[in-house]
Design a protein around this ligand. Structure first.
Ligand SMILES: Nc1nc2c(ncn2[C@@H]2O[C@H](COP(=O)(O)OP(=O)(O)OP(=O)(O)O)[C@@H](O)[C@H]2O)c(=O)[nH]1
Ligand SMILES: [Mg+2]
Length: 437
């Protein structure tokens, strides 16, 4: 199954809870607080794997969760940090927020990776809260929740193989019989006006289920294309990113050697490197050729290419496709291996995580809701939200810590300015906190 667009939900791990405990030792009657911190929750990382071509392996799993951090323990023991969860994607995957409002990353190269959701910090153990005035805090933080996101993965198809040749040689016919692409095919020149991409699955041709590649069929080239004749060479940029060229020659036309050279000259004029790219040569339309003509075409070609192997096929009757496709697959493997060998030396680049929704402001008063007997002041902010979750308001000590923060960042003043009175509540992250002047 071919899949190039997919929405998934990622949930990073929660931090482990801090521990609230006290030292118990012989001859130490009042051991101080010794609760350790919780471990870090696992991050979610999306990473390029060069052996994957599509997003199909993710189709059946819509939710990806990293593990939670371990809880802290007595004797200041730190909870275990959780492992990160790695989601592997093909090269050329673009990551968007689920609603496509933001583009988060472009994973173009082998080894590219991005931390897409951050695991929660572990909660602090109670020994951190000891102070001169507070010798025995019974309170510890809970772990911070991991980030949750819905993301859209989109695979920008990067073709491995480019089909090139004069008009009407049968490029579109070939892509239509070897891949899932269904372009227009007709007996006139320039039937193809924009490039077509198709995915070839080698399984269909007796190869392994994991083997496959992407082919691009582009509009035909003619002599003078580099000066803008015909459809010009604007489409050559699409094949310039491919790893391998398949050059198709119409066996029905005279002068195969001359026809071959026309294309090579245009490639050279467009880009010297493109002309040097690995190439496989194919004579098409074998079904309408007698042996004598075929031998003549091969001879014409051999004059100009000498060393290269030539494949003879008929895209219409599908004769000769299997050996051609296996050769393409083999060549691609060799090219990929070579590229990988030279690439491993470069250090893996970790892309910065783009956080579109980071709230730089400390807090904001979102709304005031009038209830029957009191008013509710909704306040939000990255740190205060986190603090309410991690501290909890069920213990007096936890609550004190929150009041301290409300004072420190000016939330108390802000709600007072907005008219809060005794008996009203401040609502943070779904929790009601009694207003205290
Ligand atoms: N007899 C025969 N005809 C073929 C074969 N392959 C393609 N054709 C015919 O050649 C004509 C052109 O085929 P296309 O596949 O549209 O050629 P193209 O190279 O994509 O042409 P442009 O898009 O115009 O550059 C059509 O009429 C096809 O039916 C073949 O193997 N044998
Ligand atoms: Mg075509």
């Amino acid at each position: 199954m071919f899949c190039d667009e997919l929405k998934i939900k990622v949930v990073a791990g929660n931090g482990g809870s801090g521990c609230a405990s006290f030292r118990r030792e012989k001859y130490v009657p009042k051991g101080g607080p010794d609760g350790g911190d919780g471990g870090r929750g696992g991050d979610i990382i999306v990473k390029v794997n060069g052996n994957i071509n599509t997003l199909s392996h993710l189709v059946h799993q819509k939710l990806h969760r990293a593990e939670h951090g371990g809880a802290g323990k007595g004797n200041k023991r730190h909870g275990k940090d959780a492992e990160d969860l790695i989601i592997e994607v093909p090269q050329g995957t673009i990551i968007f927020m689920g609603d496509k409002s933001e583009r988060l990353a472009d994973l173009n190269k082998l080894g590219d990776e991005i931390k897409i959701a951050r695991g929660g910090k572990g909660g602090l153990g109670n020994f951190h809260f000891k102070s001169s005035t507070h010798q025995a805090p019974k309170f510890a933080e809970t772990g911070e929740p991991g980030e949750t996101k819905e993301i859209l993965l989109e695979l920008k198809l990067m073709a491995d193989v480019g089909l090139i040749g004069l008009p009407s040689v049968g490029k579109s016919t070939l892509i239509s019989v070897i891949s899932n692409a269904r372009p227009k095919i007709a007996a006139y020149h320039f039937t193809t006006l924009v490039p077509n991409l198709g995915v070839v699955s080698m399984e269909q041709f007796g190869g392994s289920a994991n083997d496959g590649f992407v082919v691009a069929d582009i509009p035909g080239l003619i002599e003078g294309a580099s000066e803008g004749k015909g459809l010009g060479i604007q489409f050559l940029k699409h094949v310039s990113r491919t790893k391998l060229l398949v050059h198709i020659i119409d066996g029905f036309l005279d002068n195969a050697g001359e026809n071959y050279k026309i294309i090579v000259n245009e490639l050279k004029k467009f880009n010297k490197n493109l002309a040097k790219r690995e190439e496989i040569i194919v004579i098409n339309k074998a079904d309408v050729l007698d042996e004598e003509t075929l031998a003549k075409r091969l001879k014409e070609l051999k004059k100009v290419i000498k060393t290269k192997k030539v494949f003879v096929i008929s895209a219409v009757t599908r004769d000769g496709l299997k050996p051609l496709l296996f050769e393409i697959s083999k060549e691609l493997d060799a090219i990929k291996k070579k590229a990988f060998a030279t690439k491993v030396k470069t250090p893996v680049k970790i892309l910065p995580v783009l956080r579109p929704h980071v709230d730089r402001i400390k807090f904001k008063l979102d709304k005031v809701v009038k209830g029957k007997e009191c008013k509710y002041f909704y306040v939000s902010g990255e740190r205060i939200d986190q603090l309410v979750i991690m501290t909890g308001i069920s213990t007096q000590e936890g609550l004190e810590r929150i009041y301290y923060y409300l004072e420190k960042v000016g939330i108390r003043k802000a709600v007072e300015k907005a008219g809060i009175e005794m008996g009203d509540f401040i609502v943070i992250n779904g929790k009601n906190i009694v207003y205290r002047p």
